[in-house]
Design a protein. Structure first.
Length: 627
């Protein structure tokens, strides 16, 4: 019956509500007369007019206050407040009628009692309907999750209210470490201590835990997440404080844990003064602006209010996408920052010269590169032209246009590389180091920023793992001992911007990234936080298998950030300067000529021969092709 009622057209539902209110106002009139006379009332004479006029007045007033546009399932305190306003207006009309000479028989006490009783009856009817409908929505539905909310503060309570109107989850409890809240209930839902979570999960068949602590420190979140990893629940998080403040919290806003939660460490702090002095009011050029790092660089640069931002990329769609996003941001912020789109390849020196001469950038952030190890390994010539000679072209164009700063986005794979991609990035570093050593010949300050793998970027393991989990596995990991340093995309962009601001010429900056992370541990953590279990020998009935596929040619078990030793600290507590040997420009120029000829001839043997001469520790593995 209820399902049929819920499917009724809106006009029919509204008619039922109006009929209910007519009944309630007549009942309120009868109760008011009965209380006034202290006996059960039967209308006599002109009293019938009171019964006739009450609904005639009440229903139009309710309609004028918009009470028949509300949906009972989603009504709350605001609806009751509007009801109170409408009945106050109803009472004012009744009392005014008492003083009207054409209505002398209308008693004043009725003008007070009738509205009070009517308000009570309408409120009870609305609350009863809301509870009835919402309880039906959250009762006995197939596939419904059972959720614990971790955090019984304002965010958790607000989220529980939003959940009351959905059919996706049933809230079974709150978790909070506030002793004053333990053993209490919030809207009838009990509050448990953190130490009781495993027992609660098992006894109440909890399927999901939501972290409702948007203002908690990263350290506290990491400890909580660590305590939940062994539980067979899907752990998610609320969006940020700005979304909570705007009241846009719904079940659809629940987020998967972000990459910082998976890393289990604090993000790299940033120093605003470093960025302002090198970006504010300046013209900035970002090559590779449509890529993962390049696009994030552009976003963060805009927040420092440059005069002009030149976006350079050879991928038309990527350039269009980032330009559209940044244009939208500028419009919402009422910003006058000029955005310039330059469709260009870093292999086209003449085009780069024209761009730098025309727009005169103060700083160039060079993020344009081929970065996928297997792809460069089977396309070595293009890898050299783009990563090595593209960097050389961009740097020489910057020198010719008297650009003040040039910052290269590099990688930890440039350290003692075993693949052509890493070797090409080290060659790009050598180019800038050699140019920086010729400081007397130009005015450009060169700097390089070297960091580890970026979680969430195109081609990184995190989106691949999530896709594999969504398809039921298996998760593919090359080797059980493969270990990497990890960063988030915003961290990497912050490092590039901050280190670039500190460059004095030829600097190679590296980040103190803490301990490296095993890829297999990252995979296990992601499976656990998805509410699933890894299927292995210890848990043959688990959900997701981890399959080891073997190291790919060119892949190392461990990555390094330094070639030499004893890095020098900088003004930033997490950024260091590496002391790396380089090849003087005349000698390097000879090797670059050989490399260019070898790449033009598609001569992989000759390419590797040049790289062995120039790149310290380069050890090429066997050739292979991507199937």
């Amino acid at each position: 019956m209820l399902l049929k009622m819920l499917d009724w057209p809106r006009p029919i539902k509204r008619g039922v509500v109006v009929a209910t209110d007519v009944t309630l106002v007549l009942l309120a009139t009868w109760l008011a007369y009965s209380l006034r006379m202290e006996t059960l009332h039967w209308p006599q004479g002109d009293e019938w007019w009171t019964y006739a006029i009450s609904p005639v007045l009440a229903i139009p007033i309710f309609a004028w206050f918009g009470l028949y546009r509300a949906i009972f399932r989603y009504s709350g305190i605001h609806s009751l407040f509007k009801t109170g306003q409408a009945i106050a207006a109803f009472a004012a009309v009744l009392i005014a009628m008492h003083w009207w000479r054409r209505w002398p028989l209308f008693p004043l006490t009725l003008g007070v009692l009738l509205p009070l009783i009517f308000f009570a009856l309408v409120s009870i009817s609305r609350v009863t309907a809301q509870l009835w409908l919402s309880s039906f929505s959250s009762r006995g539905l197939v596939g419904q999750g059972r959720m614990l909310i971790y955090g019984a503060g304002a965010a958790g309570v607000q989220t529980s209210s939003a959940m009351a109107f959905t059919r996706q989850f049933k809230l079974v409890g709150f978790v909070d470490d506030d002793v004053a809240k333990l053993g209490q209930t919030i809207n009838g839902v009990p509050v448990y201590a953190p130490g009781n979570v495993p027992t609660v999960v098992q006894s109440l068949l909890v399927t999901d835990i939501l972290l409702a602590m948007p203002s908690a420190s990263r350290d506290r979140r990491n400890k909580i997440i660590q305590s939940l990893r062994s539980l067979p629940v899907h752990t998610r998080s609320l969006p940020g404080l700005s979304d909570l403040a705007s009241g846009r919290v719904t079940v659809q806003d629940f987020c998967e844990l972000d990459v910082e939660d998976l890393l289990g460490r604090e993000a790299v702090p940033h120093q605003a003064d470093l960025l302002q002095r090198s970006l504010q009011g300046q013209t900035i050029l970002v090559s590779g602006a449509g890529g993962s790092i390049g696009s994030e660089l552009c976003r963060q640069i805009l927040h420092e209010h440059p005069k002009r931002l030149v976006l350079l990329d050879h991928n038309e769609f990527a350039l269009y996408t980032i330009h559209r996003e940044l244009s939208g941001w500028c419009k919402t912020q009422d910003s006058s920052i000029e955005l310039v789109c330059m469709l260009a390849s870093v292999s086209n020196r003449r085009r780069l010269d024209w761009i730098c001469t025309t727009y005169q950038p103060h700083t160039v952030y060079h993020a344009a590169a081929y970065k996928h190890v297997p792809m460069v390994e089977c396309n070595p010539s293009e890898g050299m032209f783009n990563n090595v000679f593209g960097t050389l072209n961009m740097a020489q164009a910057a020198v010719a246009a008297r650009v003040q700063r040039f910052v290269l986005v590099s990688t930890d794979k440039a350290v003692r590389p075993t693949n052509l991609m890493g070797a090409s990035k080290r060659m790009a570093e050598l180019v800038l180091q050699a140019l920086a050593a010729q400081a007397d010949a130009h005015a450009t300050c060169f700097g390089m920023v070297r960091f580890g793998n970026v979680l969430g970027s195109s081609g990184s393991v995190l989106p691949m793992f999530r896709e594999q989990i969504a398809h039921g596995g298996p998760i593919t990991v090359t080797h059980p001992e493969v270990t990497r340093y990890f960063m988030t995309i915003p961290e990497a962009a912050q490092l590039v911007l901050q280190a670039g601001a500190m460059a004095t010429g030829g600097d190679v900056f590296v980040l103190d990234m803490g301990e490296p992370v095993k890829i297999v541990d990252l995979a296990r953590r992601l499976v656990a936080l998805s509410g699933l279990q890894v299927r292995d020998a210890a848990q043959p009935d688990g959900d997701i298998e981890i399959a080891f596929t073997g190291l790919r040619p060119g892949e190392k078990l461990y990555e390094e950030l330094l070639i030499g030793n004893n890095p020098t600290p900088t003004d930033h507590p997490r950024i260091m300067t590496a002391h790396e040997d380089f090849i003087p420009w005349p000698e390097l120029l000879e090797q670059l000529s050989l490399l260019q000829a070898a790449a033009a001839d598609e001569n992989v043997v000759a390419i590797k021969a040049v790289l062995r001469v120039c790149v310290h520790g380069f050890h090429a593995q066997q050739d292979f092709a991507i199937n």
